[in-house]
Every structure is written in structure tokens, then in C-alpha cells.
Design a protein around this ligand. Structure first.
Ligand SMILES: [Zn+2]
Ligand SMILES: [Zn+2]
Length: 396
């Protein structure tokens, strides 16, 4: 069969049609979600199209032009929605680091939906999986295992990472309203974009001095702002395990980076977070700026959220005098080569083998985690990982 015959074969067309339908209904899996999750890691070009659309939409600025109002709206919407990523998708749904009412969490899920990063339940499922298998072959976006670009964007286009495994996030999946938002995850972004158009059109009529209009607000407020938001968030997946210092000796290669923290409103303190993920704050010390935590603290004063979780004193003391633990992911990588990765890894194999040899000689390779823990709910999982602490001496 020629390549063109394969392209238009019934099975190929069926797969392409399924991918298209999944844009509308994220839970549409005609052959079962489990089968999708077992597919090999590779780019699904139908799933690439939304990213092409998002980036191509930025070129609309050629036709709609610029106004100060539109540009500052895009900047504001970047930071407001970055807070939705960090404060809602991450610190609430993924880790339950604070409490809110059922109505409150529904409103938070709608707010987080404007980030155009799928539903909160999809986000939480994959993020908990990341914590469980950090820098191991199962980790969907480890730069040490899969390379930079796969960790930054490629993993999201892979069919195997498309479904949400509701059985692994039962604490969230028991709320049908959250499941609905997760299943039809295009609804909120579309309403958000249409609202921006309506705002721009209204301003054109009632405040023409601002020099904006409907399409200009869509291009700046939706396409440009969302594209930057996507890449800002993606930097945590692609860079927070390779850039910065390691204050804590975690059994992954997470790092602390002030630069990433500025881009992501505090998420750059990623090594802190991997050491104690139940805390509402990622910046553990006063000099580690964490705007997401400050915002959540202010929000707690209104009563909308409560029960913010602190960093234990023992963890603060543990990290007070160290920020230079050596890489452990390279050692793991040398021992485990991912058979399905389609992109080149960024750490030279020779260096990985050298680190593995040195670490092995000292007997300080961290133990692998138990696979069963992914089945636990957020509280159990966080407790399991947060209380896990190696007695091994630091690898300097
Ligand atoms: Zn991480
Ligand atoms: Zn996390």
C-alpha cells in the first residue's frame, strides 16, 4: 500500500475523525480510554492543529493593529490566568493545598478553564502522575527522559496523554459538574474568546478613544496572551527539572529557579514543591517570591478559600543550609532508557553513566516509588510523598 493509500485508509480516517470529535467531547474514546493510554509516545498531527491555530492567530495582529488598551489587556490576562494555572489547576485541584466550598471549586474550575489548558481534572490527573513518576520513564514530560521539546509541548499532542483517568482522581471525579467541565473543555475558552470580542466591540462604540475593537481584543487578549501563557506554563515542564539549584535532595531532578518563578508567579520553586507538595506556598522562605501564595492568602481573608497549608518546621530547617544537591535524574536515565521516546534526550549519555557510576559506588541512588500510590487520592498521595524523606547523606 502506498503512503497516500495509507493516508486515506478507513482506519486512518476513523482515527482522524475520532481526534476531531475529541475537540468537542474530550471523553469520546470509541476504542476505550485504556487503549489510548497504551498507545506509543508519538506526535498526533491532528492534535497539533489547535497549537498551530493558537500560534497562527497571533499573526492576526497584522490586520487588527495595536492599541495600548489591547496590549495591557493581554499582559493582565497573562498574569491573571497564570494565577489560575498555579493557584487553581496546580495548588487546588492537583494538590488540595487549601479548601473551598463545592460552589467555590466549580467557579475556580471555570476560571481555570479560561487558560485553555484542558480541564482541571485532566490537568490534575497528569500532574499527580508527574509527581508519582518524576524523571522516570513513565513521567510524561521529563526533559531528562524525553528531551526539551517533548516535555515542553510534544507530550500534550500524544494520544496516550489525551484521556483523563477518572479512576485515579476519585476525589475530584465524584463531582459531576467538574467532570462536565472537563469533558467539554472547549466551552469555557470559546465563551472567553467571544466575551473578549463583545468587550472590544462595546468599547469601540462607547469608548472610541481607546482605539480598540472586537477582533483586536480577540487577537491580543486571547491568541497572543494565551500563546505566552502556554509557553510560560510549559517552561515548568521543560525547564524546572534542568535549570536552577536543588535545595532539597529529592529523588527526582527538580530545581529552584527565581527566573521561572517570575514567569510563573512562584512555580519556579519547583524543588521546594517536590519536597513538600502539600504546602500552599512554593516559596518556602521570605526571599523566595511567590505571588500565587500572596494572592491565595489575600483570597483567604475574604472567606472564599480557607485552610491554607503551611510548610512544616522540620522541612524549613532541612532546607535552610543547602541548595546545591547534585543531579540524580542523570543517574536514573543511565539505568533506564525509555523505549518509546521519539525525541533525543538532552543529557549526554556519557555524563549520565559517569554520574550513575559515582552514585552507585556511594550507594546513594534513591529508591523507586511504589506504583500503587497513584491510586490514592490527593490527600493520601501528598501525605505519602511529603513524609517520605531519605536518610542518605547529600550527594555533593
Ligand atoms: Zn516536577
Ligand atoms: Zn505539583
Amino acid at each position: 500500500m502506498s503512503k497516500s493509500d495509507q493516508t486515506f485508509s478507513p482506519s486512518y480516517l476513523k482515527r482522524a475523525a475520532s481526534s476531531l470529535l475529541q475537540w468537542v467531547d474530550s471523553d469520546y474514546c470509541p476504542d476505550g480510554a485504556e487503549k489510548m493510554r497504551n498507545e506509543p509516545d508519538r506526535v498526533d498531527w491532528v492534535r497539533v492543529m489547535p497549537f498551530v491555530f493558537l500560534h497562527a492567530g497571533c499573526l492576526g495582529v497584522i490586520w487588527v493593529g495595536t492599541s495600548s488598551f489591547a496590549v495591557w489587556s493581554a499582559v493582565a490576562l497573562y498574569f491573571i490566568r497564570m494565577f489560575a494555572v498555579t493557584g487553581v489547576h496546580h495548588r487546588y485541584f492537583s494538590h488540595k493545598t487549601y479548601s473551598t466550598s463545592r460552589v467555590g471549586q466549580f467557579l475556580l474550575a471555570i476560571f481555570a478553564g479560561t487558560t485553555v489548558q484542558r480541564g482541571s481534572l485532566w490537568w490534575a490527573y497528569h500532574h499527580r502522575h508527574h509527581h508519582k513518576h518524576s524523571d522516570e520513564p513513565e513521567d510524561a514530560h521529563s526533559p531528562h527522559v524525553h528531551g526539551f521539546w517533548w516535555s515542553h509541548i510534544g507530550w500534550i499532542t500524544s494520544k496516550r496523554n489525551f484521556p483523563t483517568d477518572y479512576s485515579k482522581i476519585k476525589d475530584l471525579a465524584k463531582f459531576p459538574e467538574l467532570v462536565w467541565l472537563n469533558r467539554f473543555d472547549l466551552v469555557v475558552p470559546v465563551v472567553f474568546a467571544v466575551s473578549l470580542f463583545g468587550l472590544g466591540a462595546a468599547l469601540e462604540s462607547f469608548a472610541p478613544a481607546l482605539g480598540t475593537n472586537g477582533w483586536q481584543m480577540v487577537v491580543w487578549g486571547f491568541f497572543i496572551s494565551t500563546t505566552f501563557l502556554f509557553h510560560g506554563t510549559g517552561c515548568i515542564n521543560s525547564m524546572a527539572h534542568i535549570m536552577g539549584k536543588r535545595r532539597f535532595k529529592t529523588d527526582d531532578d527538580s530545581r529552584n529557579s527565581a527566573i521561572l518563578s517570575v514567569i510563573t508567579l512562584g512555580e519556579g520553586w519547583h524543588n521546594n514543591h517536590h519536597r513538600f507538595q502539600s504546602s500552599t506556598r512554593n516559596g518556602f522562605y521570605w526571599w523566595e517570591i511567590d505571588p500565587t501564595y500572596y494572592m491565595l492568602k489575600i483570597l483567604s481573608l475574604t472567606g472564599f478559600i480557607s485552610n491554607l497549608k503551611a510548610v512544616p518546621k522540620s522541612v524549613l530547617e532541612e532546607g535552610a543550609h543547602a541548595d546545591h544537591h547534585a543531579s540524580v535524574a542523570a543517574a536514573k536515565q543511565a539505568a533506564q532508557v525509555h523505549p518509546q521516546s521519539s525525541l533525543r534526550r538532552i543529557v549526554p549519555t556519557a555524563a549520565a553513566i559517569a554520574v550513575a557510576t559515582a552514585a552507585s559506588a556511594q550507594g546513594n541512588l534513591p529508591p523507586k516509588k511504589s506504583d500503587s500510590a497513584i491510586h490514592k487520592d490527593a490527600t493520601e498521595l501528598a501525605h505519602d510523598l511529603d513524609t517520605k524523606k531519605s536518610d542518605d547523606p547529600p550527594v555533593i
